[in-house]
Unconditional design. Structure first.
Length: 239
């Protein structure tokens, strides 16, 4: 999977445009880390996520990651990127990175031209990204497409934004209409990934549709989420 012809795109900040559990299998759902049981309330009233190493960790506008949290097992997956620099945003947690390699190989075998664009981001990096977007378009608009510090899935090391030459290596909604975007929507779950921010689920996730944003949850959970057409928050709600 060579990226020799890819277009350099290294400048930060980026992050531009961002059923109940299966009732037939209650026993398999019993050990899920239900959302309300995985946070504590800090002195400032913010809900702080506690299950930091869980593959089903949820960070969103109501659930904050600790500012000093950084996964311990970050590695760089052997997949193409549209830049050559060895940047932190190339990294993912090890299990997610290995699974991403398998997904990319399967995509390549089907004639897809996928590139990974942005994975892990530290809290401090997200401070800069959100500040930049808020300055460019106002905080209210920025909050629909960009995460405030501590609320970004990228800090978990379980998410990777992907792109393709057809959309000029950008992270745009049009990616969902490319052959790569369509293939991911239909097949990402086979490799443990979900499209995290689905169209029509904005009120639940808090973010606009992002066909480029892959989130690793493991094959078993990804399959159930995909089959039900739901998002992670819905999957983790008590029945």
């Amino acid at each position: 999977m060579s990226n020799e012809q890819t277009k350099p795109k290294t400048d930060e900040p980026q992050e531009e445009p961002k059923e109940q559990p299966n009732e037939e299998q209650p026993a398999q759902q019993a050990d899920l880390p239900w959302l309300e049981e995985t946070v504590t309330v800090a002195g400032d009233g913010k809900a702080v996520v506690q299950n930091l190493e869980d593959l089903l960790i949820v960070a969103n506008k109501e659930r904050n990651l600790p500012a000093d949290y950084e996964p311990k097992d970050l590695v760089t997956p052997n997949v193409p990127f549209p830049f050559k620099e060895d940047l932190p945003k190339k990294k993912l947690r090890k299990e997610a990175a290995l699974s991403l390699e398998v997904l990319f190989k399967a995509a390549e075998d089907k004639g897809m031209n996928l590139l990974a664009q942005s994975g892990y981001r530290s809290y401090d990096t997200q401070v800069s990204i959100f500040a930049y977007n808020a300055e460019q378009k106002g905080e209210e608009v920025a909050n629909k497409t960009s995460s405030k510090p501590g609320q970004s899935e990228h800090q978990t090391g379980l998410s990777m934004d992907v792109t393709s030459p057809e959309v000029n290596y950008e992270l745009v909604e049009a990616f969902g209409e490319t052959k790569e975007g369509k293939w991911l929507a239909e097949n990402a779950h086979k490799y443990g990934f979900i499209i995290r921010y689905l169209k029509g689920k904005e009120e639940i996730t808090g973010y606009k549709y992002e066909p480029w944003h892959l989130r690793y949850v493991g094959v078993e959970h990804a399959k159930k989420i995909h089959e039900q057409g739901i998002v992670l928050e819905e999957y983790l709600q008590k029945p």
